[in-house]
Design a binder for this molecule. Structure first.
Ligand SMILES: Nc1ncnc2c1ncn2[C@@H]1O[C@H](COP(=O)(O)OP(=O)(O)OP(=O)(O)O)[C@@H](O)[C@H]1O
Length: 732
């Protein structure tokens, strides 16, 4: 029993009240109060006699606090949206409008084609209609409906009754005959007047309508003139009875108790309503039952609701209390429902700084994902659509021509080959050779990460990177080399479990996951074995975007989706084997939501999108590496990083400052194959800028002895950068 106390009332004037809500409906008991100690706090005490005074139990429940400090009239409330959801979401609005137009268009076309048949049917039914009309008229005129009563009176030989009825009938027939004659005369007059005055087309129209009316009258009830243009595929309405029955069938004892005699029942805080292409029920579960308990029994729930499993989506409502369940029951199985066309299938140019459509939710709305400033992990048991999801993200990245792709298909079955025309580095399989190449590439990316970190620091000092991260403007400036770098690795456990390079690859990947997002480097890892070895905790704890298709247990679930997600009711274990491409997406700072990746984006479809992406890159002049046939060799990769060391090698310590042109000439002599692309002073300036080193005006003498000021380097800057880098390397 719950007690409720009114502290505003004077205890001596008002009787105390206790409200018993246990039986569902509140009963109010009243009992007199001799003394109430209003100063008592909210700890329960036992009534008793203290020094001759009657002591009442102290209130257990505090009075409901007043919300806020302002007006007493201001109440906490939840306002229902003014516009329905379909009218607020542009995509849903478009879908609804398209459906309505299609519906109307189809109906009109259907009936237009059948018009001749309808006319023939009408004409064929005119005689019967005329007969029905006339017989109806005669019955009315002769008061036929009273005939059985009159006959009964005659049979009973009840003269008085018969006489009364006959008089009434005569009177009625007379009145009706007058009305009929009047209406007939008016009809003839109207006909003659219409013939004389109305345009011919109207006359024909009236005649046609009259014939149609008579024909319609002649149609048997089970054979309407017009055929049905659209057969509604009826989906059963979700009712509270159906939900209660389904919940009762789950075998959860608290629910059964709540539904039993005297139980609290199941609460429905809002009416069950349409939500997208389905029904939404908000449910207050009995005390002690959590949405997780229901989600664990999704299959049983679907059986209880008599709906396919793919239609039944129980979710926790984290904005409410821990016992609030949101049950969404779709009209169609999510895996079979037609997905709206992927807006990027035609390969439009994208901006990775903006959210891009990644998949659809249960309601068929696109769910966007912003790849920039994030790192992603995708986990699932085999054959659930993990590679499809990874490839889709890489295709999105490919459609931003600034993005440099590094694609690794460690399973080696060629799933990422459709990206070959656009990727900068492409690795296939787990041969030692491939792994070494990958290690070299990852080392280079780590160097790139450090260079970017330094550069961003410098740019922030100049006020060009206000949030100490890459901005769209900075990413677009080719000279800075801060374009997005997207690294996609399928079956990443192959790397992290490697005997020789596993630890190093893990360290680099962890660094990329932690620092990469702010510096425009996005690591996307996919694994079919999400455990501590294949997805090291340093990585799984730091990724910001997680996509988890079906997994087998709580550990894998939390490994991919984040700690405690299983407990919070975000359970990818509830997906069925047939839920291909359907998973929980946990974005940065966003609640988990169920998303289905783009269906049908198989190899050939991916190749088409990649072809668009290549065209965009050709136009932007950003094709590089593997895409243009340059295969990176392990040694070549490491050699690329030696610019600073090479400068120190060609500029002796005695030369404090040197012109760029002289450094370039000496570098070319040292490694002609590497430095042949350095043609002018600006090339070296740009290359050094990527290392966070700036060039400046340097005074020197030309070969013929004239003094001049030209762009040059300060050797000490280079030496300091090398020392800093080495120190950082050692530290890591
Ligand atoms: N969004 C989707 N809708 C429907 N089917 C999908 C979707 N995404 C993937 N699939 C299907 O799921 C199947 C498995 O996909 P995929 O190869 O990506 O799985 P995987 O988890 O990477 O498997 P493996 O672990 O063997 O590499 C494919 O046959 C594909 O057709």
């Amino acid at each position: 029993m719950m007690t409720e106390h009114n502290h505003d009332q004077s205890p001596d004037e008002q009787p105390r009240q206790a409200v018993d809500a246990s039986a569902g409906e509140a009963r109010v008991f009243r009992f007199p109060v001799e003394h109430v100690d209003t100063d008592k706090d909210d700890t329960a005490t036992v009534p008793g006699v203290v020094e001759g005074e009657i002591v009442e139990p102290a209130p257990v429940d505090r009075p409901a606090p007043r919300e806020g400090t302002g007006s007493a009239l201001v109440r906490a409330e939840k306002r229902q949206p003014i516009l329905p959801a379909w009218a607020k979401n542009i995509q849903e609005f478009r879908d609804t409008a398209r459906w309505a137009l299609g519906y109307a268009g189809h109906t009109i076309a259907f009936h237009a084609v059948r018009c001749p048949v309808y006319i023939a049917r009408v004409l064929a039914r005119v005689p019967r209609g005329t007969l029905r009309l006339l017989s109806g008229l005669v019955r009315w005129l002769t008061d036929a409906e009273g005939r059985p009563v009159r006959s009964a009176a005659a049979l009973r030989e009840d003269a008085g009754e018969y006489l009364k009825l006959s008089i009434q009938r005569d009177h009625r027939v007379r009145t009706r005959a007058i009305i009929a004659a009047g209406a007939g005369a008016a009809g003839i007059a109207a006909f003659l007047l219409g013939r004389a005055m109305l345009p011919e087309i109207v006359q024909w129209g009236i005649a046609a309508a009259a014939v149609a009316a008579v024909g319609w009258l002649g149609a048997p009830a089970d054979q309407p003139i017009a055929s049905r243009a659209i057969e509604a595929t009826k989906v059963p309405k979700l009712t509270s009875d159906a939900v209660t029955r389904a919940l009762a069938a789950l075998g959860i004892s608290q629910i059964n108790q709540a539904l039993g005699k005297g139980g609290e029942g199941i609460g429905f805080p809002k009416p069950i309503s349409r939500d997208g292409k389905g029904w939404r029920a908000d449910i207050d579960l009995p005390h002690g039952v959590t949405p997780g308990d229901i989600m664990d029994r999704r299959e049983k729930l679907a059986s209880g609701l008599r709906r396919p499993l793919g239609c039944v989506w129980p979710e926790a409502d984290t904005s409410e209390h821990a016992g609030r369940l949101v049950l969404w029951v779709g009209d169609q199985d999510m895996r079979k429902a037609k997905q709206p066309a992927w807006p990027l299938r035609k390969g439009s140019r994208v901006d990775l700084f903006q959210p891009q459509p990644f998949g659809t939710d249960q309601r068929g709305r696109w769910v966007d994902l912003r790849l920039m400033f994030t790192s992603v992990v995708i986990g699932a048991i085999p054959r659930m659509g993990k590679t499809f999801a990874l490839r889709e993200l890489l295709l999105i990245a490919a459609l931003d021509p600034r993005a440099e792709l590094h694609t690794y298909d460690l399973k080696g079955t060629g799933d990422l080959d459709p990206l070959e025309p656009v990727t900068h580095v492409h690795g296939v399989g787990d041969d030692e050779d491939e792994i070494e190449k990958a290690v070299a590439d990852m080392r280079r990316l780590r160097e790139e990460l450090r260079r970017r970190a330094k550069l961003i620091r410098d740019l922030a000092k100049q006020g060009l990177a206000p949030e100490n991260k890459v901005t769209p403007e900075l990413a677009s400036k080719k000279s800075l080399g801060l374009h997005p770098i997207v690294i996609g690795v399928d079956e990443c456990q192959v790397w992290f479990e490697h005997d020789e390079y596993g630890d190093e690859l893990e360290a680099i990947a962890t660094d990329l996951v932690k620092r990469g997002p702010a510096l425009g480097m996005i690591l996307i890892l996919a694994t079919q074995r999400p455990d501590a070895k294949s997805l090291p905790t340093g990585i799984s704890a730091n990724v910001s975007t997680r996509f988890c298709l079906k997994v087998q247990g709580q550990t894998e679930n939390d490994m991919v989706l984040g700690t405690s997600k299983y407990k919070q009711g975000v359970r990818a274990t509830t997906f069925a084997w047939a839920d291909k491409g359907i998973g929980y997406l946990v974005g940065e700072g966003a609640d988990a939501q169920i998303v289905r990746t783009v269906a049908g984006l198989d190899g050939p479809a991916a190749e088409k999108v990649a072809a668009y992406a290549r065209a965009l890159r050709e136009a932007a002049g950003t094709l590089s590496g593997h895409a243009i046939g340059q295969t990176m060799q392990p040694d070549e990769t490491t050699r690329r990083d030696t610019l600073l060391e090479d400068i120190l090698a060609v500029v002796p310590e005695t030369e404090k400052r040197v012109w760029n042109e002289r450094v370039i000439a000496r570098l070319y002599e040292l490694r002609p194959d590497v430095y042949e692309t350095y043609r002018e002073a600006a090339d070296l300036t740009a290359a050094l800028k990527r290392h966070g080193i700036r060039t400046g005006q340097v005074w020197g003498t030309t070969d013929d002895g004239r003094g001049s000021s030209r762009i040059g380097i300060t050797r000490a800057d280079i030496a300091k950068a090398v020392t800093d880098r080495n120190r950082e390397r050692e530290a890591s």
